[in-house]
Write a protein that binds this ligand. Structure first.
Ligand code: ADP
Length: 200
């Protein structure tokens, strides 16, 4: 990149000369840099800087990956579920956030680990206490949509300081707009994407 910045446009042959490498040895590096959009290549002219920053490229990639491609299955309980059973579900399903839905899978609320801890510390019988008293409820739930970009959903996780977002489709049911839960988008999905993009 430094050589192209100073000497561009410059041919692959000339770059290889400056690095004391063969043109063949340099080919994979040049391929990565042109595919990623950092370098442009024109026949008989050579390589030049496109002006794109590495951060533009990352934003470009994350901006094109949709939530639908990387979401997890939703783990849901009904509103009448006890806090005790919700905690058991959390352990069995190995998740940190549970969505609470009405009949038909419509979003009613979200219960996090700390919501359940708080309910358990409250001294009430958590076998009798419904999860609906411990959860954060609609309309205060931050959601994402299958067609939303992974970048936008990750920004929502950060700006609202939550671990998970229900992935929903907006539907009209019984004459009103409701959010049907179809997935779960968490910090783990972002971490997995991060590792996948690095090709590991
Ligand atoms: P924890 O409380 O276990 O650290 P979170 O940071 O995800 O987990 O949750 C913090 C608070 O935000 C909890 O009270 C939880 O009910 C609420 N919460 C979690 N996810 C969401 C969401 N997607 N939208 C709105 N509130 C949420």
């Amino acid at each position: 990149m430094a050589i192209v910045k100073t000497h561009g446009p410059i041919t692959g042959e000339q770059i290889a000369d400056k690095l004391n490498l063969s043109r063949a040895a340099l080919r994979p590096d040049l391929a990565i840099l042109t595919m990623s959009g950092l370098l442009g290549a024109r026949p008989r002219v050579g390589y030049y800087l496109t002006g794109k920053e590495p951060s533009d490229i990352i934003a470009g990639v994350l901006g094109t990956i949709r939530v639908a491609e990387i979401l997890s299955q939703p783990i849901a309980v009904r509103e009448k579920c006890s806090v005790y059973d919700a905690i058991v579900t959390m352990f069995v399903e190995d998740v940190g956030t549970i969505v609470v839905v009405s009949e038909g899978g419509f979003l009613e609320g979200v219960a996090s680990r700390k919501d359940m801890l708080k309910a358990a510390l409250g001294g009430k019988n958590i076998n009798k206490l419904p999860i609906s008293v411990a959860m954060t409820r609609m309309p205060n739930i931050i959601v994402t949509y299958p067609e939303e970009s992974a970048l936008r959903a990750a920004q929502k996780l950060l700006s609202h300081q939550v671990d998970a977002l229900p992935v929903v489709n907006s539907v009209v049911a019984d004459g009103s707009e409701k959010l049907q839960v179809i997935g779960r988008f968490t910090k783990t999905n972002i971490t997995r994407l991060f590792v996948q993009l690095a090709g590991k």
